[in-house]
Design a protein around this ligand. Structure first.
Ligand SMILES: Nc1ncnc2c1ncn2[C@@H]1O[C@H](COP(=O)(O)OP(=O)(O)OP(=O)(O)O)[C@@H](O)[C@H]1O
Length: 198
């Protein structure tokens, strides 16, 4: 279980638990602080308060180890190698996932520069999923995708959730929040979380 207790970062101040195999849909107006929250949980930004995974404080682990267990997928992911396959430890291992996400097997040699926004989004998701993290923090992971690709991503994540992965899924799409989330938490403009039970 992921426990977030009195996490403070800039204007946000939140507490909640995320159980194993649970998906929280995170909503709220643009600028409310959803990205700030996800980045703080992933130990990418400093914060006050505590975040624990199965009772172990985030500070008790080296940041790279924590981030492999509690993995943040940015809305605009970063790239550090020239080619697609340069971003994967074992490209052959990743291929079934990449193909399921609708990309051709030959895309490993593609340059990052040629990728469309949606291709980047799907490849970054494949990269994150290859880590087999305990917790996935997904920041608008389908914002650039068509309906068919969105459905594939939702079913892939649902499989991970049924295998015990915990997910926080930030989305502006109300229908998606209700499809994917077992709970919907809404961040207000002042950085406080409330549950939407509608
Ligand atoms: N390092 C920073 N220093 C100061 N303010 C920041 C910093 N990072 C983000 N902010 C501000 O904090 C607010 C929340 O940003 P955040 O990116 O978390 O919003 P969001 O809810 O994810 O919005 P969106 O739905 O548009 O992605 C914004 O007003 C942003 O400008």
């Amino acid at each position: 279980m992921l426990t977030v207790d009195a996490l403070k970062r800039l204007h946000i101040c939140v507490s909640f638990d995320l159980h194993d195999g649970e998906c929280i849909a995170l909503q709220g107006p643009s600028g409310a602080g959803k990205t700030l929250l996800l980045r703080s949980i992933a130990d990418l930004d400093p914060n006050e308060g505590t975040v624990k995974l199965d009772g172990t404080l985030k500070e008790a682990m080296p940041a790279p180890v924590w981030r492999k267990r509690v993995t943040y997928l940015a809305a605009e992911p970063g790239w550090w190698s020239d080619t697609v396959q340069g971003h994967f430890n074992d490209w052959n291992d990743a291929l079934p996932l990449v193909e399921r996400l609708g990309l051709p097997p030959g895309c490993g040699s593609w340059s990052i520069q040629r990728l469309s926004t949606g291709e980047k989004q799907r490849l970054a998701l494949a990269r994150a999923l290859m880590l087999r993290s305990r917790v996935l923090l997904l920041d608008e992971p389908t914002s650039a995708l068509d309906a068919a690709s969105t459905a594939i991503v939702e079913s892939l994540i649902a499989e991970r959730i049924s295998n015990g992965t915990s997910v926080i899924w930030s989305t502006h799409d109300n229908a998606q929040a209700r499809r994917v989330g077992s709970r919907v938490l809404v961040m207000s403009a002042v950085g406080v979380l409330g549950e939407d039970r509608s």
